[in-house]
Design a protein around this ligand. Sequence first.
Ligand SMILES: [Zn+2]
Ligand SMILES: [Zn+2]
Length: 176
Amino acid sequence: MLTKFHSYETGKAFTECCDCGCNLHDVDIYIINQSFAGNECIFECAMCLQCRERMNEQLSENSRVAMFDFMHDHADMESRQERLSNNSETEAYIESCITCGKLRSEAKTFTLGAMFSGDHLIKSPFPLIICDDCEAKIAASISDETRKFWDDYIAEHFPGPPSEIDLPNKTKPILI
Ligand SMILES: [Zn+2]
Ligand SMILES: [Zn+2]
């Protein structure tokens, strides 16, 4: 079930940071990313906030700004906040793409992002999904250098799929 944010590999909750290997219940916050093609999970990782921030620091300034701008320009956070409260069903957060509103059911592929503290799902602006179209747009707006960093990072940490999978936009998933 998408709203449980369990690992598709183990069928259970994530326990370890995919980068430093720390116990996710020993850290304040961690982030889960999963990419899907239809109902199939093609990529997943859970990462502690420290590793995520370290990863972000390695991205070029321009790419960080480009991603931020894309989200800022396209996601209507205000109306999202009005529509969704802390009590909203998790499904309501992830039924459509955060930046274009396309329904998840209509996206060929999409990436899911969720933020946790222990077993607690932290709501607003996460959890969220980004659809295939918007992922392609973000991919087009980031520098080659960042793209390479990302692809290498994913290849290094996640051997096997998705590097073997031919994704529609020919790029590896974007971490959100
Ligand atoms: Zn870590
Ligand atoms: Zn979209």
